[in-house]
Design a protein around this ligand. Sequence first.
Ligand SMILES: Nc1ncnc2c1ncn2[C@@H]1O[C@H](COP(=O)(O)OP(=O)(O)OP(=O)(O)O)[C@@H](O)[C@H]1O
Ligand SMILES: [Mg+2]
Length: 333
Amino acid sequence: MAKISGLEVNWMSSEVLNNNNGNGNGSFKGQIWAVGGGKGGTGKSLIISNLGICLSRTGRDVLLVDADLGGANLHSCLGNSFPSVTLSDFIRKKVSSIKDVTIDTGIPHLSLISGAEDYLEVANTNYAQKMRLLRQITFVDSDYILLDLGAGTTFNTLDFFLIADSGIIVVTPEPTSIENAYRFIKSVFYRRLKKIVRHQGVREIIVEVMDRKNELGIKTPVELINYIGLINNDIGQRFKEEVLKFRPKLIMNNVRSRADINVGFSIKSTCLKYFGINIAYVGYIEYDESVWQAVRRRKPFLLEYPNTRPAKCLERITKNIIMNKDIEEEFIL
Ligand SMILES: Nc1ncnc2c1ncn2[C@@H]1O[C@H](COP(=O)(O)OP(=O)(O)OP(=O)(O)O)[C@@H](O)[C@H]1O
Ligand SMILES: [Mg+2]
């Protein structure tokens, strides 16, 4: 494992950037965090922008990238006005370097690449454009790069999630959000498996099982891995190792009760049982009026209301992600 600024880098970035995908040359020496998750409106942009503020307060340089290419709004979360340069300028090759679209947020150590233009062609970034973006990210000179990926399970979203050292899923305690989170975790894991295997037959099986109504009747990653193991023992073994390494992080947002917090633990145990995936439940954020009031005033809530409970929740989550720690059920009051 690589060491960065005294922090251990976990399983993904260098491995994927250098070896598996060939997305970049691996020159980036910091940590990439990405926030995604199936459903819209769960608090992803709000959380990633405030995680960025927390990290920047430690004196490390943080770059926030609004990679929600169809619905970017990170600049608003930070209280910045519509930026003059955005990720669209880079994707459309109006500028050659990603540095040319990086703007100062006015918050020390925190800069931003906004994706504020809402063109369909940008939202549907093609493979070559995506690779150029992924490659350039590896040249950025920053301690942390934080990516806001937006909702959904498009391949672009999944691929950005997979290059992250910490892939973070934001879920709220509602059935629709939970359902989407399971779908996202499954999709991103299948995408990861597909990227590490060359065997055409196995790749075709993975594509097939991504459809829930597949003819093989395979519904979970555990079933897929067992099935692949019967066809090819070596690949089955490799997949078993991958499932152990795959540890997406979960944040439960809009929490109003102890029962809501417990939904996070239920998701964790369900993922372990049916997917074989040991997600890290890194924390929850309470629902609070101060949060949406800050959003309405276009101010980051951590700066506007630093002593509120959601602000404390966020600081704890930042610490847990840095230290690679889960929250534990018995310590929740
Ligand atoms: N903990 C909270 N307490 C109160 N309100 C909240 C909380 N978290 C989020 N919100 C409200 O939810 C709104 C949506 O949040 P946000 O824009 O971050 O969601 P999103 O997941 O990024 O949405 P999209 O998928 O559309 O990008 C915020 O503007 C805020 O008003
Ligand atoms: Mg958003």
